[in-house]
Write a protein that binds this ligand. Structure first.
Ligand code: PBG
Length: 328
């Protein structure tokens, strides 16, 4: 009778056998490290809700990008904290904006690093919304021109990929058109296609000083319960010419990630966002969780669900662990 028992445990007895039959493996090439560029010189200010994450001036962010590259990081995504904010987000598309300066400096210092620029207005507007505001409305079509202008200035500075994250309808098409018209048809668009109005962005808004001054982002970011609508958003960005589709947040939207992976034959990215990072950090600091194991399990789940690319504040630590452990 006993020989009829199926024994999956046979392949779990030894570490080497477990590794032999492992279905998903993290690799250093999976990760994109987010970096926050601020004004000034010699500035290195830790974000209190994100231990290990800093606001860095252009000189410091260049050094950080270079040391991350030495540790195996192959891509970064840049966010900016401008010196001044206004109603029309001038800092987002200024030729000497903090992100534009950082792109140029990193390009020169670390030529083989992939530089992605987050393309949004919220860090640069006085009201903290991702578009142009009239009364209490965030206007869609009026915002497209500024978003496209921002992407163009990032491409001019030398970004390899632009990442529109404002959730304005038609933003991918507007950027594609503008880039193509200016000779930047070779610059790729990583669209934040499925971006939910999430509580997990809390720490980022401290890091990027981008909390909306009134209201919230529910009139443009997606309603968390909706999955069919997510497919529609992904389809729209795909048809507007997105080269990479992103789902955000990641670990609480694994179902959506799987659906996007199954339906679209372009690379899929997942953003393991600030709040997802902060949860693991905080529990680890209290001694309630094994940080490295929780991190690797979370990132592996995101990859298993279908992500080809993972944006995470843990990029360095994950690469360090993969290198030390051999395989995870
Ligand atoms: C800009 C943007 C946000 C994030 C990425 N791009 C903030 C927001 O939408 O409020 C969040 C990233 C994170 O939480 O790590 N629109």
């Amino acid at each position: 009778m006993t020989n009829l028992i199926h024994r999956p445990r046979r392949l779990r007895r030894l570490a080497a056998v477990r590794s032999l039959v492992r279905e998903v493996r993290l690799s250093r090439d999976d990760f994109v490290l987010p970096l926050f560029v601020c004004a000034g010189k010699g500035v290195r200010r830790e974000v209190s809700s994100m231990p290990g994450v800093f606001n860095l001036s252009v000189d410091e962010v260049t050094r950080e990008a270079s040391s991350a590259f030495d540790k195996g990081v192959r891509s970064v995504i840049l966010f900016g904290l401008p010196e001044a904010k206004d109603e029309v987000a001038t800092g987002a598309y200024a030729e000497d904006g903090v992100v534009q300066q950082a792109i140029r400096a990193i390009r020169t210092a670390v030529p083989d690093l992939v530089v992605i620029a987050d393309t949004c207005l919220c860090e640069y507007t006085s009201h903290g919304h991702c578009g142009v505001v009239r009364g209490s409305e965030v206007l869609n079509d009026e915002s497209l021109e500024l978003i496209a202008k921002t992407a163009l200035s990032q491409a001019e500075a030398g970004a390899d990929i632009v990442g529109p994250s404002a959730m304005m309808d038609g933003q991918v098409a507007a950027i594609r058109e503008t880039l193509d018209a200016s000779g930047f048809e070779h610059i790729a668009i990583m669209a934040y296609a499925v971006k939910y109005a999430s509580a997990f962005y809390g720490p980022f808004r401290e890091a990027a000083d981008s909390a909306p001054a009134f209201g919230d982002r529910r009139a443009y970011q997606m309603d968390p319960p909706n999955a069919r609508e997510a497919m529609r958003e992904a389809e729209l960005d795909y048809s507007e010419g997105a080269d990479i589709l992103m789902v955000k947040p990641a670990s609480v939207y694994l179902d959506i990630l799987r659906m996007v992976r199954d339906r679209f034959d372009v690379p899929v990215a997942a953003y393991h966002v600030s709040g997802e990072y902060a949860l693991i950090k905080a529990a680890a600091q209290k001694g309630w969780i094994d940080e490295e194991r929780a991190m690797l399990e979370t990132l592996t789940s995101i990859k298993r669900a279908g992500a080809d690319i993972i944006l995470t504040y843990y990029a360095r630590e994950a690469i360090e662990a993969i290198t030390r452990l051999g395989s995870v």
